[in-house]
Design a protein around this ligand. Structure first.
Ligand SMILES: NC(=O)c1ccc[n+]([C@@H]2O[C@H](COP(=O)([O-])OP(=O)(O)OC[C@H]3O[C@@H](n4cnc5c(N)ncnc54)[C@H](OP(=O)(O)O)[C@@H]3O)[C@@H](O)[C@H]2O)c1
Length: 307
């Protein structure tokens, strides 16, 4: 490992990026992280990660960060934290990363994209991923893009322990099935993608064996609560509290000038309701092995909360 060129992780301070770093270290990789000047990198440094300060909006800093790297994994995004420069980060920032990777001659660029991003120009944060894929392709950067469904653990755990609360928050239809992933699985795939036998330019859907509706997911979760509680839970299922898409759309119109993310989320919710947010997991199985079933994934999620 000592003489090996590092893998640069962009987004390492994030929810998914932190797990990618752990997976790379587990595989014996040297890891370098690009971290914005004001962000806390102490956890990363404590794990032996080389921290390089920079910003996707500062092209010069990317040249330094990519000098001498073997590969890049980027999970970074501006919209996820509603950054005041979100749009610029997800467009110019991603473009800057692609240019820097081309100049540095990286062997492989692993990009986290989004399922169906190439079909959804009406959902800005989806479309920005498609544009990021295209930019890498246009520049001839050897890249692979993983296109996952929605992050189940992040959504179900959004307001704290869903077993204690007895509730999951959602937006849009509770009945329409869609593809979910666990971020722990996705992080392992992203780390594996650095060396996996994948053709340059492949976009790979990532998800569970079948799409599930939020109501079905809540019912699967409820079973785990029953298993632990026996009959003491009073028979109450975990419920889904959802903001209807039309409500989001009205809010999105009213706030479009100062909070464009609301309209973006409303468009996403409407897209979910078409039933087209569904992964074809054939290639995922070939490259990363057996695809998790919803039952298996939700059991692992429940185990994290002691159920
Ligand atoms: N949530 C879902 O259901 C879902 C589904 C499909 C795909 N995804 C994708 O998954 C990815 C990871 O999401 P997440 O939950 O891990 O997001 P997150 O926790 O908000 O992390 C975002 C990361 O990006 C970094 N970043 C933002 N702007 C930057 C800049 N200008 N320069 C350098 N780094 C910058 C942040 O660094 P700071 O610490 O400096 O803020 C942070 O490390 C995103 O790309 C998202 O599009 C999410």
């Amino acid at each position: 490992m000592a003489g090996e060129k590092p893998v640069l992780v962009v987004g390492a301070t994030g929810y998914l990026g932190g797990q990618v770093v752990a997976e790379l270290l587990k595989r014996g990789k040297r890891v370098r992280a690009l971290v914005r000047p004001k962000s806390d990198a102490s956890n990363l440094a404590a794990k032996g990660v080389e921290v390089v300060r920079g910003d996707m909006l500062d092209a010069g800093s990317l040249t330094d960060a990519m000098a001498g790297v073997d590969a890049v994994v980027s999970t970074a995004a501006g919209y996820t934290r509603n950054d005041r420069n979100a749009d610029a980060i997800d467009t110019f920032g991603n473009s800057n990363l692609a240019v820097a990777a081309k100049q540095a001659g990286v062997r492989r660029f692993v990009l986290i994209s989004i399922l169906t991003s190439d079909q959804t120009p009406q959902v800005p944060h989806f479309w920005h991923k498609k544009l990021a894929e295209d930019k890498l392709e246009q520049l001839g950067v050897p890249f692979v893009a993983l296109r996952p469904g929605a992050f189940f653990d992040q959504i179900a755990g959004m307001r704290g322990d869903p077993f204690q609360k007895g509730r999951i928050m959602w937006f849009g239809s509770k009945e329409t099935p869609l593809t979910f992933v666990l971020t722990a699985d996705l992080a392992a795939y992203l780390a594996a993608a650095v060396d996996a036998d994948i053709r340059d330019g492949e976009r790979i859907d990532i998800g569970w064996t079948r799409p599930v509706s939020m109501l079905e997911a809540a019912s699967l979760l409820s079973r785990h609560r029953e298993l632990r509680n026996g009959s003491n839970d009073g028979g109450k299922d975990i419920s889904v509290m959802s903001i209807p898409t039309p409500v989001l759309q009205v809010a999105g119109k009213a706030t479009s000038r100062f909070a464009p993310l609301v309209a973006d989320m409303a468009s996403m919710s409407a897209w979910f309701e078409t039933g087209k947010y569904v992964a074809d997991t054939g290639r995922q199985e070939e490259v990363f092995g057996a695809v998790p079933t919803p039952e298996d994934a939700i059991a692992r999620f429940a185990a994290k909360y002691g159920h």
